[in-house]
Design a protein around this ligand. Structure first.
Ligand code: NAD
Length: 498
């Protein structure tokens, strides 16, 4: 396709953003700003506003007014769907601009960004249907004098905090569902990847979303994010990010008992049985750890492979990883781009050091890729990993795979579940009985059989254990943002009590 014709040039100017409240851009004015460098090129690419807590409070007031006067929740599902469908068109019309901003701020390859932006448009289309499909229940079995209704109402003002790894895609797995339910939103993207969320505010406004329904404040997580978690006038907080910050959000939510949706970390197993198609399984395992440079909540970072094929499988992995194209994210052929920040880069390198110090055997990779500019890490594989090593227990959030082996089915399941997380798991076997027993026993919100990191907005996503609370996407993803109200209507003459 023409879009993939060649490597893109770095823009010559830094793009500046105000923030978006009540249907309008607000300039930074005398507020401080945050300048973002492209992690692959070390040059400034965007500048965002460091909003204050007063700015947040104003955005919440606006979202509250927009909710209370029913300018959005009072519309029919069909009218809400029209706006969501127009928003999908708006995303497609600005796809190249969004993809470039995403790549410049996050360091992910441009081909991947393009795929994510178009995928996001299709989520809006799915959610448009969900706006019309959302419904309650009736109880017509309460006798002739009573009928019961269970109705769903939008929960109110939703605070939305998102991470830097899939800034636009994760936003799009939340926003159209929140809007489909009739809620209003104050979003706070990660301070290092705010651009595409801000552009989305403009796209939604142009799609006909009433002013005040979707607002974006930008700035530091420790200030604005923390204030959102504590805010008494936010009815629900949807937080996607690390388990550590998720725990803080959980504690802070106690003030007003706000409902929480938490999508947190993972340490996801890839179980490979000896009867799998080993070549395909190795391809899936390499994709699962290299995709988004391993900075993916559902990265398959723990390979648990049957001992009888472990040597052969390790060789397949090393051969494939040597062919993965790591490099400039502006090159459409790049498969693995830069690491998002120097702190994240240091964290990954320090885990690689710990793996070696703990006695894991390095199969390939093992450090930084030497480049003139930017920060890149070579996909790294450790074998002979025991479950008491930090590299096997902690979420590294980088392209680092650990290999442990098993001899029995029970041992495989025990290893897979030996983690505080429960986000995702993959199972590779050609035996249907074995696959079924394994997906029944593994503790994870999403399980893939003979594939990994696949699926669309039709099905719910979320975690077991310390990977979170609640579900996003699918019909569940709209219901999540609703309250259930029970109504009883008496019919006929009352049987008097007094
Ligand atoms: P993070 O927790 O550092 O930040 C996430 C968001 O929280 C950012 O917007 C940040 O500004 C904000 N924040 C920071 N401190 C805060 C505070 N005290 N109060 C409120 N908000 C605060 O996470 P990250 O480094 O941006 O993302 C990586 C993490 O996100 C990984 O642990 C990953 O597993 C997780 N993640 C989970 C999912 C999922 O769906 N389960 C998806 C993507 C990422």
């Amino acid at each position: 396709m023409e879009m993939n014709a060649g490597k893109l040039a770095l823009p010559e100017t830094v793009r500046e953003f105000g923030f978006f409240v009540d249907g309008k851009w607000i300039a930074a004015g005398n507020r401080r700003v945050i300048e973002r460098n492209s992690p692959a090129h070390d040059v400034p690419v965007t500048r965002i506003t460091r909003c204050t807590v007063d700015d947040l409070n104003q955005a919440v007031r606006v979202a509250r007014d927009a909710f209370n006067d029913r300018r959005w929740s009072g519309l029919s599902g069909a009218d809400r769907a029209t706006v969501l469908l127009r928003a999908a068109e708006g995303i497609r019309a600005r796809a190249e601009e969004l993809a470039l901003l995403e790549t410049l701020e996050s360091g992910k390859g441009i081909s991947q960004s393009r795929g994510e932006v178009l995928g996001a448009a299709s989520i809006y289309e799915y959610a448009a249907g969900a706006a019309r499909a959302l419904h309650g229940e009736t109880f017509n079995n309460l006798g002739d004098n009573l009928i019961g209704l269970v109705i769903r109402e939008p929960i109110g003002v939703v605070g939305l905090i998102t991470p830097w790894n899939f800034p636009f895609f994760i936003l799009s797995e939340r926003v159209p569902f929140i809007l489909a339910s009739g809620c209003t939103v104050v979003a706070k993207p990660s301070e290092v990847t705010s651009a595409t969320t801000l552009v989305m505010a403009e796209i939604l406004a142009e799609a006909g979303l009433p002013a005040g329904v979707f607002n974006v404040v930008t700035g530091a997580g420790s200030e604005i994010g923390q204030a959102m978690t504590e805010h008494d006038d936010i009815d629900m907080l949807s937080f996607t990010g690390s388990t550590a910050v998720g725990r803080r959000a959980l504690l802070a939510s106690a003030g007003n008992f706000k409902k929480l949706g938490l999508e947190l970390g993972g340490k996801n197993p890839q179980i490979v049985f000896a009867d799998a198609d080993l070549n395909e399984a190795a391809d899936g395992v390499v994709f699962g750890i290299c995709f988004n440079a391993g900075q993916c909540c559902v990265s398959g970072s723990r390979l648990i492979v049957e001992k009888s094929v472990a040597v052969e499988f390790e060789k397949l992995l090393a051969d494939k990883i040597a062919r993965v194209r790591v490099g400039d994210p502006l090159d459409p052929n790049t498969q693995v781009g830069a690491i998002v920040t120097s702190q994240q880069n240091d964290t990954i390198l320090s885990y690689i050091g710990r793996g070696m110090a703990e006695g894991a055997r390095l199969v390939c990779g093992g450090g930084a890729l030497e480049t003139e500019k930017g920060q890149f890490i070579r996909p790294t594989v450790f074998a002979d990993v025991r479950m008491d090593m930090a590299v096997a227990r902690e979420e590294i959030f980088g392209p680092v795979l650990t290999i442990s082996t098993f001899e029995t089915f029970e041992e495989a399941i025990e290893l897979a579940n030996d983690t505080v997380y429960g986000l995702a798991a993959s199972i590779w076997t050609k035996n249907l009985d074995k696959a079924t027993s394994a997906f029944r026993r593994v503790q994870a919100g999403r399980v893939w059989v003979n594939t990994t990191i696949a699926g669309g907005p039709e099905t719910p996503i979320g975690g077991f254990k310390q990977s979170g609370h609640g579900r996003e996407t699918g019909i569940y993803g709209v219901e999540e943002y609703t309250e259930v109200k029970t109504v009883h209507i008496a019919l006929g003459k009352r049987d008097l009590w007094v």
